[in-house]
Design a protein. Sequence first.
Length: 198
Amino acid sequence: MKRLVFATAASALLLAGCAASTDETATAPGTARSAPATGGPAPLAAYGLAGKSAVEVIDHLDRMGLQERPADLRASVRPGELVVSNGGAETGLDIPGDRFYLSVAPYVERTHDCFYHSLTTCKGELGGKEVQAKITDDATGRVLADGTRTTYANGFVGFWLPRDIKATLRITYAGRTAEKKITTDEKAPTCLTTLRLS
C-alpha cells in the first residue's frame, strides 16, 4: 500500500544521508509516523519510478552509477518500507512482509556510521569491486547467499533476505575477510558499514 505524507524536519534530517543508530530524530523501528496523510503526486513520478514496487525502486536506485543518482531524491530503506522524499512530500512504499533488504559496505580503511541505508547518498569505500559473500542462517544452517558479487558504484552490495532471522555474514576481498552476525527483524539496521576487512 502506498501512502503520502508531508515531510517533517525529523525525516528530512534522517533522509539527508545515512542514518546513524544514535540519531534521536529517527522514527523508532516498528512505530508509525504521526504526520497526516495527504493527496498529491508521489515524489517518484519525477524520476520515472511511479508505479514501481519498493523492491523495484530499491534494486534500481542502489545499482545506479554515482553520477546518475538524483541529487534531490532521498530514499531510506527501513525494515518494512522504503521512505522516499524529494524535499516537499514523503512517500512510504511497503516492502513485502517476508523480505528484508540489507545493504553492506565492506571496507579496509574508511567507513561511516549508518543505520537505515540511503539509496542515493550512502557511499562506501570499495565501489565496483568483486567480493566473495556468504550468508548462513544460524538456526537452520541454510546458505542464503554464496558466491561472487560486484559491489555497486556506491561501494555497497545488497541482499534480499528472509524476515526475522539471525544469520552470519562473511565477506572476502583481496585476501582479507570480515564476518559479522546479522538479524533481519523490525529493529535491525538495513545498512551495514562496520564490516572491516582484515
